[in-house]
Design a protein around this ligand. Structure first.
Ligand code: ACO
Length: 281
C-alpha cells in the first residue's frame, strides 16, 4: 500500500512537481548537472509516482527536465562510481529503486505519461523516455546512446527499450557508434511521436494531454497497460488476455462507456465512433 499522502509531502528538490489543468508537470531538477540521474532523483521519483497515482487532479503525467537538458543519463559519479565503491546491499537497493521508477512502474503506470524531451537525452534517460506512453521533443534536442564512447554497453534495459521502439538498423547504428541525433531524426526513427520547433513544444504536449483527458480514463488505462503486456505474449495468450480485460473493463468502468457508446450509436444515432468519442457525462 502506498505511503503517499499528497503533493504537500513531496520534497520538491531533485524533482519539481506542479499540477495544472489536469497535467502533472514532473521536472527533473539538477540543471547544473544536466539532470543526470543521481540517487536523489531516483528516490524522489519513486515518491512522486506514488503520490501522483492518488492525486485526482493529475490526469496526465509529463516528465521533462530543468534548463537545457532532459537528462544526461545516469550520474557517472553519484550513481556509478560512489555506490560501486560502497555497500553492495545499498548498490542493489539503488538499482532496484531506479529500475522501479524508470520502467517497471512507468510502463504500467495507471495514468497516461508523456516524455517532453527538452534538450540533452543520453544513455539511461532512454529508459524512462521509452517507458513513457508518448514522447514529444524539440527539433534542436540532442539524443545519444553514448555508452560505447565511455566503455560500457547500454545496459539496464536501454538496449531492450530501444530495440522495441526503433527498427534494427537504426538501433544498431546508434548503439554501435554512439553518434548523436536531433529531434527530427528521433521522430523519423519512431523514438518520439513528434518533434516540433522548441517554441511549440509545450503547446504540443498540452494538446495531446487534453485529447487524452477527454477519454474514458478506465478504458485508457486498460489500453495502455494491455499494450505493454501483450507485446511479449503469443497470439493465443494475447487474445485470451484481451478478452478477459475487455470483460473486466466493462465490469469495472464506473461510467459504463461501452453501454453508452453502443446506445448512442445504435439507438440515439447521436454519434459515430469513427468520427469522435461517445458523449461522456
Ligand atoms: N554524470 C555525471 N555528471 C554529469 C553527467 C553525467 N551523466 N552529465 C553531465 N554532468 C555534469 C558535468 O560533469 C558537469 O559537472 P561540473 O560542472 O561539476 O563539472 C555538469 O554536469 C555540466 O556538464 P557539462 O559537460 O559542462 O555541460 P555541457 O552543456 O557542456 O555538455 C553534455 C552537456 C553533452 C550532456 C555533457 O555533460 C555530457 O556529455 N554528459 C554525459 C552524457 C552521457 O554520456 N550520459 C550517459 C551516461 S551513462 C548512462 O546513462 C548509462
Amino acid at each position: 500500500m502506498s505511503e503517499a499522502k499528497g503533493l504537500a509531502t513531496l520534497p520538491q528538490k531533485n524533482v519539481l512537481v506542479k499540477v495544472e489543468d489536469g497535467i502533472a508537470w514532473v521536472t527533473l531538477n539538477r540543471p547544473a548537472k544536466r539532470n543526470a540521474i543521481n540517487p536523489g532523483i531516483v528516490y524522489e521519483m519513486n515518491q512522486v509516482l506514488d503520490v501522483l497515482e492518488y492525486e485526482e487532479d493529475a490526469k496526465v503525467i509529463v516528465i521533462t527536465g530543468s534548463g537545457d537538458s532532459f537528462s544526461a543519463g545516469m550520474d557517472l559519479k553519484e550513481y556509478f562510481r560512489e555506490p560501486d565503491a560502497g555497500n553492495p546491499v545499498d548498490r542493489e537497493r539503488l538499482n532496484r529503486a531506479n529500475s522501479g521508477w524508470q520502467w517497471r512502474r512507468l510502463m504500467y503506470y495507471p495514468k497516461p505519461t508523456i516524455a517532453m524531451v527538452n534538450g540533452w537525452c543520453f544513455g539511461g534517460a532512454f529508459q524512462f523516455l521509452c517507458a513513457c506512453d508518448l514522447a514529444v521533443t524539440a527539433d534542436d534536442s540532442t539524443f545519444g546512446l553514448s555508452e560505447i564512447n565511455w566503455g560500457i554497453i547500454p545496459a539496464g534495459i536501454v538496449t531492450k527499450s530501444v530495440s522495441m521502439a526503433v527498427n534494427q538498423r537504426k538501433s544498431m547504428y546508434y548503439i554501435m557508434t554512439g553518434d548523436t541525433f536531433d529531434g527530427k531524426e528521433a521522430e523519423a526513427i519512431g523514438l518520439v511521436n513528434f518533434s516540433v520547433p522548441r517554441a511549440q513544444m509545450v503547446d504540443k504536449v498540452k494538446t495531446i494531454a487534453k485529447k487524452l483527458m477527454e477519454k474514458n480514463p478506465h478504458v485508457l488505462r486498460a489500453c495502455k497497460v494491455g499494450y505493454h503486456y501483450v507485446r511479449d505474449m503469443t497470439m493465443d495468450m494475447a487474445a485470451e488476455y484481451l478478452a478477459s480485460k475487455i470483460d473486466a473493463t466493462k465490469f469495472r468502468d464506473p461510467e459504463q462507456g461501452a453501454v453508452k457508446g453502443m446506445s448512442q450509436f445504435l439507438d440515439d444515432k447521436s454519434y459515430r465512433p469513427g468520427l469522435g468519442a461517445y458523449k461522456r457525462d
